[in-house]
Design a protein around this ligand. Structure first.
Ligand SMILES: [Zn+2]
Length: 267
């Protein structure tokens, strides 16, 4: 299992100023390679960090906000060899494929969808698979009402991703048994905002899920200048669970013989 961060920034101002990159993240597990939330710059960051997007077998999108979707069509083109091959799978919520008829247009054109082996509209509790990799969509409480988190299940481990959204009661049950838990933590505990995760919400979730390692990412402005790292340390102290703030280009490799390469990032 390997995770590569093509960006750890999120929300409006970090994105438009590119204070941190916003290319989403790549999961390699059970022989599959999935790009999750390919936001602005995903293509360029993949090049920068040596990730070959032509090897992708899937794209998973949590919701239609632009910091999660801007590069989705060109990433799909990489996956399908410039749409010349009918391959790859895209999953996302209803708005990703249909828009909402008012505020959001669909993320992909028909032309792009036609080049896929398959695409699937997901909703909370729905399960699908990509080869040997199981994927379940879970609900998220975000300002985009159909936002979805995902749980990826392989033979020997599960990786959970909250996507955007505030902590809600019962969220932990969706991520039970996850070895790694990725949390889009926009804000520090002192600055909560409805619909967004802050570090107090992340602490609650981590305490209840008890993953082996928790990884915070998708930081907003208030998490810049070392605050994200400080909040991760605070969560680790409070919960006793290894918690890190992801960095752009960071790679987590569970198969690293010398110990997880994540360990060098741990506080
Ligand atoms: Zn969002």
């Amino acid at each position: 299992m390997r995770i590569t961060f093509l960006g750890t920034g999120g929300a409006r101002f970090v994105t438009i100023m590119q204070i941190r990159a916003t290319g989403g993240w790549i999961l390699e597990m059970e022989g599959e390679m999935i790009h999750i939330d390919p936001g602005p710059g995903a293509l360029v960051r993949a090049k920068q960090y040596g990730v070959n997007l032509r090897k992708l077998t899937g794209i998973a999108i949590s919701h239609v906000h632009s910091d999660h979707t801007t590069d989705a069509q060109v990433v799909l083109e990489a996956m399908t060899e410039g749409t010349l091959k009918k391959k790859g799978v895209v999953i996302g919520n209803e708005y990703v494929f249909r828009g909402d008829g008012e505020n959001f247009i669909p993320v992909f054109s028909k032309y792009h969808l036609n080049s896929l082996a398959r695409y699937e509209i997901m909703e909370p509790g729905k399960k699908t698979s990509l080869g040997k990799l199981g994927i379940e969509a879970v609900s998220a409480k975000h300002t985009e009402p159909k936002c979805l988190g995902y749980v990826f299940s392989g033979k020997s481990m599960k990786v959970g991703y909250t996507a955007d959204g505030e902590y809600y009661q019962g969220q932990e049950k969706h991520f039970a048994g996850c070895k790694y838990l990725l949390i889009n933590c926009h804000r520090p505990k002192e600055s909560p905002l409805k619909g967004y995760m802050d570090s107090e919400g992340a602490r609650k979730l981590i305490e209840k899920v008890k993953p082996e390692k928790a990884i915070l990412t998708h930081f907003g402005m208030k998490m810049m200048r070392g605050v994200a790292e400080k909040e991760a340390r605070w969560i680790q102290e409070k919960t006793g669970i290894k918690t890190i703030a992801a960095r752009d280009g960071m790679v987590i490799d569970s198969e690293d013989k010398k110990g997880s390469s994540l360990d060098k990032f741990l506080n």
